[in-house]
Design a protein around this ligand. Structure first.
Ligand code: ARG
Length: 461
């Protein structure tokens, strides 16, 4: 089979070179985007009078028929044709004859591949925004049931202050909301059209780049042809956003792993989301959150890989740029798979309220409230902190919790204590009292929950 670019060559390509330089094995994922881009290009060629209308019709018919075959998995791609662009061009020429060769008028594979990538990433970005939304819905459905479920809040992984479980879950809602917002914002830059930039310098044909951009739903065109064919910022941006998103997924996964351990027993993941051990019959392993945590590594890797590929590339197109694809596909697939699992896993997990409550009633996480109590009576907070520190030490030494001490014992440390401290110290009251905006107080959490629901109903972040 002779190469589409064979004219200048006297020898066949070395077979290893052919295999090494080909991208068809992975860029066939872009088949539909490639056809979409070609349809817009040929429409533009016709509207600008660059090729006759009857040729445009024939080419469009040919491309449409190839698209059908791609959708029905009836095409086979060949390494000899190197990449998706030349594979499809070859199919077109086979389908409609030499007139198919007019499609490549006024364009290059360089603006073509960039266009394909913009189209692909636009679709996937929208898809991922939708998938994030499902996870947020799952978070909200659990949060609704657990506004008054109390568990220890931690700093340094040490019991700090009791909080509402809904409050804890909603922290992830907002992380995801920002991820969605970043993805949405990135669409502005994904929506620049490189088509018509040619190989690097534009073209001698009187093309209309705005026309093809509009056909493809792009908002604007790259004003510089060199930038258009060599820019991969939009992919880097996606990979960066994906890395932050994956980090969020990983942090939540880490908590699920901890919470479902024997040591915590705060949640139980549904059986359908866990696996067993081949040797230890009692095991129920949280493989899914572990893998979600683990897959974060490859998502970061794909970002660092592309950053490294791009660093030091002279303008404009270089073959190195072909390396932009596999990492991007891998990240898209990893993210989609992860988000698809995360939503039902959250939705189906059992929250062990009693265990959470038991944990807060057996610790000193209400100590701040005692200090606030004294501060409320006019004692400077710093002094109050010191007094309560001594009370906590006394309690630990006597093997008691703060609620177990008598008023008499409290009064030995400060005359400001009165009977009402025992109410103040109840975990429920401790949580309810943190009623500052954005705090864990139940009424604040209700407000927050409503805000989250409102955000979710609003289609665009
Ligand atoms: N397969 C190539 C890529 O993915 C398409 C562009 C090839 N351009 C070229 N001048 N060799 O980057």
């Amino acid at each position: 089979m002779s190469k589409l670019w064979g004219g200048r060559f006297t020898k066949e390509t070395n077979q290893l070179v052919e295999k090494f330089t080909a991208s068809i094995e992975f860029d066939q994922k872009l088949a539909l985007e490639d056809i979409e881009g070609s349809l817009a290009h040929v429409e533009m060629l016709g509207s600008c009078g660059i090729i006759p209308a009857k040729d445009v019709e024939q080419i469009k018919k040919g491309l449409t028929s190839i698209r059908e075959k791609v959708l029905n998995h009836e095409v086979s791609f060949s390494v000899e044709d190197e990449d998706i662009h030349m594979n499809i061009e070859r199919m077109l020429i086979e389908e409609i004859g030499p007139v198919g060769g007019k499609l490549h008028t006024g364009r290059s594979r360089n603006d073509q591949v960039a266009t394909d990538m913009h189209l692909y990433l636009r679709n996937q970005t929208k898809e991922i925004i939708e998938l994030i939304r499902f996870v947020q819905e799952a978070i909200i459905s659990q949060a609704k049931q657990h506004v008054e479920t109390i568990l220890p809040g931690y700093t340094h992984l040490q019991r700090a202050q009791p909080i509402s479980f809904a409050h804890h879950l909603l922290a992830y809602f907002w992380m995801l909301e920002r991820d969605k917002e970043r993805l949405q914002d990135s669409l502005k830059r994904i929506n620049w059209s490189p088509l018509g930039a040619g190989a690097l310098a534009g073209t001698t044909f009187p093309i209309d780049r705005q026309f093809s951009a509009k056909q493809l739903g792009f908002e604007t065109v790259y004003p510089n042809s060199l930038d258009a064919v060599s820019d991969r910022d939009f992919i880097l941006e996606f990979l960066s956003i994906a890395s932050i998103l994956m980090m969020h997924i990983s942090r939540l996964s880490e908590e699920l792993v901890l919470w479902s351990s024997q040591e915590f027993q705060f949640v139980e993941l549904d059986d359908s989301f866990c696996t067993g051990s081949s040797i230890m019959p009692q095991k129920k392993n949280p493989d899914v959150p572990e893998l979600l945590r683990g897959k974060t590594g490859r998502v970061y890797g794909n970002l660092i890989g592309l950053l490294t590929t791009l660093k030091g590339l002279p303008l404009a197109y270089n073959k190195d740029l072909q390396e932009d694809k596999e990492g991007m596909f891998d990240t898209v697939e990893t993210l989609a798979g992860s988000l698809q699992l995360l939503a039902p896993m959250i939705e189906t997990m059992t929250v062990k309220r009693e265990n959470m409550y038991k944990a807060v009633s057996q610790d000193y996480s209400n100590a701040t409230d005692l200090a606030d109590y004294l501060a409320g009576k006019g004692i400077p907070f710093r002094e109050a902190h010191e007094i309560i520190g001594r009370i906590v030490l006394y309690a630990i030494q006597h093997d008691k919790y703060l609620l177990d001490l008598s008023l008499g014992e409290y009064r030995n440390f400060s005359g400001a204590f009165e009977e009402d401290i025992f109410e103040v110290l109840q975990p429920k009251n401790v949580v309810a009292a943190r009623n500052s905006y954005g705090g864990t107080g139940f009424s604040q959490v209700e407000t927050q929950l409503n805000l989250a629901i409102e955000k979710l109903e609003n289609k665009f972040p």
